[in-house]
Ligand binder design. Structure first.
Ligand SMILES: C[S@@+](CC[C@H](N)C(=O)[O-])C[C@H]1O[C@@H](n2cnc3c(N)ncnc32)[C@H](O)[C@@H]1O
Length: 228
């Protein structure tokens, strides 16, 4: 999403996440071993829409954490297919267990960098919605380049989302909410449906990071944009 030169002048990718070797519980490890093959988005597919048994409008949740919102949304909105994207293995393990327990047939999981997934397996205009809830705020100025919401990434989302589709963001970090508004404001492909924020749409369940922010007294911001 962002490229930076290292000391020797080589370009390196700046990622919005740090891979921490999180401790997997035995249950999460079992879920990765036995359930990931069943629910994982096949890397060989050229079009993410082909991963589902039936055709339906497709919603992508990026950075689903432990998957509680993904599972709640896929249960509550059976008319959509969902693809959840997350790099954190313990979270994916938890999500897989919940997806399986709920017997959901409309969810696929990609344990990969969303930037790469968008570039490789998402055809232009093929997503109905993208939902990104409480992305890492990277509060220090020198880390702002790690924020997932960047002009280049928003450009990739604009390509992926079909006309009339939606981009829904939420954060508990006020400076990041302003940053999101600025970046989206610079992208002609999206129009803001809020003034500038919206009330929490009923389709967004509470998430772990939302509760954490609220526990710290943070205000919650929902941002909703339509693809022109
Ligand atoms: C602060 S957490 C929020 C998790 C969840 N949405 C919630 O509200 O509880 C942000 C998550 O985004 C994931 N993430 C960050 N960049 C990502 C990327 N490029 N592709 C996939 N996941 C990413 C991180 O691993 C992390 O779990």
């Amino acid at each position: 999403m962002t490229l930076e030169r290292n000391g020797e002048g080589h370009l390196r990718r700046i990622r919005s996440f740090v891979r921490r070797p999180g401790r997997l519980t035995p249950a999460q490890q079992r879920a990765l071993d036995t359930l990931l093959p069943r629910y994982e988005l096949d890397l060989a597919l050229a079009d993410v829409r082909d991963a589902f048994e039936r055709s339906a409008p497709l919603v992508m949740e990026i950075g689903f954490g432990n998957g509680e919102a993904l599972v709640a949304m896929a249960s509550a909105e059976p008319g959509f297919n969902f693809v959840g994207v997350e790099v954190h293995e313990p979270g994916v393990g938890r999500a897989l267990r919940a997806i399986h327990a709920a017997e959901l047939v409309n969810v696929r999981v990609a344990m990969r960098d969303a930037v790469e997934l968008l570039a490789r397996q998402v055809r232009p205009g093929s997503l109905e919605q993208v939902r990104i809830y409480f992305p890492d705020p990277w509060p220090k100025k020198r880390h702002h380049k790690r924020r997932i919401i960047q002009p280049e990434f928003v450009g990739a989302l604009a390509t992926a989302i079909g006309s009339g589709g939606l981009l829904h963001l939420a954060t508990d970090w006020a400076p990041y909410a302003e940053w999101m508004l600025e970046v989206l404001d610079q992208c002609d492909a999206f129009s803001n449906l809020g003034h500038p924020y919206v009330e929490r749409p009923e389709w967004r369940p509470q998430t772990r990071f939302e509760r954490r922010g609220q526990g710290r007294g943070h205000e919650i911001f929902d941002l909703l944009f339509a693809r022109r």
